[in-house]
Design a protein around this ligand. Structure first.
Ligand SMILES: Cc1ncc(COP(=O)(O)O)c(C=O)c1O
Length: 384
């Protein structure tokens, strides 16, 4: 068992008195990458007129080109967005929805993206349908759940490639092949954790955050769109480059701070420096062991957990009503772990059971999960 990796915590500027087990929520850029973003901001301020008026378009396009190459797609096929929410909003708002049209999401899907789908669908007199499948469902069952709720009025199917509440890898390609409607892949947790052939998925749109697992500054994400749909998928913020083609239109959402996008390549370099896919394999093995350690310590079941778990996150069931009977009590448990034990980890309910989602980031070590187990056992003892 390795000890807490203070060197790495320091590289990220993370508070060493806190146990950080929720990298998946917001990510964190290492200090060197933050300094790179600062350097871009300083450069912009030295001659704001020249930087913003003349230099910016090429610099932003260059950074996009590097990020596109890193995720394995053509530079012209992706647009910069600040996050998955912004990319999903651009896609959903671009649909010419009519009364009676439907958008399909799933019960493991991300709440904020579902809200955007509900907003646009109901505003146009349509509705959102939910594909329901249980925890631990096999891929066939998941695909059947999606295709089962699709119909002739389905205009978009949103599939989370890695789900947030349940840390499951969903069968995106299988679903895209089984449904007729275009598929939007919510790949918020994918860049840097799951190798993916984006064009080969058979989807219409794919949007992924670089700022979660690829160490770029927060506010850096890419929206890939299939070629035939690009001309009718504008960014959410329309500005001077609107008529310069799909990718360029996304490059310029007006005057602003572009340092995050410009420093994104430094984050991607850091991902390679700390071990790339080999490091992800190590993190994967670590969270796999941690899931078992926690379930054993807490006496909870490992049955019917995701058949294809996320590479760097795992779900663990908590003892019956550890924090309480309803959502607000479960959420209060998260706060208690934070304030009483200094542990950052998300607690939630799924299928009526309280669960915790652990992350394994590059700076985590196996003893981190022992510390979490001790804290959860202390809470269980206090309750009994
Ligand atoms: C599956 C999924 N989709 C979308 C998002 C939203 O990401 P953002 O807040 O960066 O837009 C998240 C955030 O954690 C997520 O887990």
């Amino acid at each position: 068992m390795g000890a807490v990796d203070l060197d790495l915590l320091e590289k990220f500027g993370l508070d060493p008195t806190v146990l950080h087990l929720n990298h998946g929520a917001f990510g964190v850029a290492p200090i060197t990458v933050r300094r790179e973003a600062e350097a871009w901001r300083d450069r912009a301020e030295r001659n704001p007129n020249r930087f913003n008026g003349a230099e910016l378009p090429e610099l932003v396009a260059q950074a996009r080109g590097r990020a596109a190459e890193w995720i394995g797609v053509d530079a012209e096929s992706v647009g910069w967005v600040r996050n998955v929410s912004e990319g999903a909003s651009a896609v959903i708002s671009s649909l010419d929805l009519e009364p009676g049209d439907q958008i399909v999401v799933c019960n493991h899907g991300y709440g904020a993206v579902r809200m955007a789908a509900e907003h646009w669908a109901t505003r146009r007199g349509g509705s959102v349908q939910v594909a329901d499948f249980p925890l631990g469902a096999e891929d066939d069952e998941i695909v059947a759940a999606f295709s089962g709720v699709c119909g002739p009025r389905t205009r978009l199917v949103i599939v989370d490639q890695i789900t947030s509440p349940t840390a499951t890898v969903l069968p995106v390609a299988g679903t895209a092949a089984a449904v007729e409607a275009p598929v939007l892949v919510d790949a918020a947790h994918v860049p840097g954790t799951l190798p993916v052939d984006i064009e080969g998925l058979g989807a219409a749109y794919w949007v992924g955050n670089l700022h979660k697992w690829a160490f770029t500054p927060r506010g850096t994400a890419l929206l890939w769109t299939r070629e035939d749909l690009r001309h009718r998928t504008p960014p959410s913020v329309l500005s001077w480059q609107l008529h310069d083609g799909y990718a360029a239109a996304f490059d310029h959402p007006g005057t602003g701070d572009y340092s995050g996008w410009l420093a994104a390549p430094a984050g991607l370099d850091f991902w390679t420096e700390v071990g790339g896919w080999e490091q992800i394999d190590r993190q994967s093995a670590m969270v796999e062991a941690a899931q078992k350690l926690l379930a054993d310590a807490l006496g909870t079941s490992l049955d019917r957990l995701p058949a294809n778990p996320a590479p760097t996150m795992r779900m663990v069931r908590l003892p019956d009503r550890l924090f309480g009977d309803d959502e607000s009590e479960t959420r209060a448990g998260r706060e208690r772990l934070s304030s009483q034990f200094g542990i950052q980890v998300p607690t939630s309910r799924f299928e009526g059971t309280e669960v915790v989602r652990i992350a394994g980031a590059v700076y985590n070590t196996p003893d981190d999960y022992e510390r979490l187990a001790d804290a959860l056992l202390t809470i269980a003892d206090e309750r009994s």
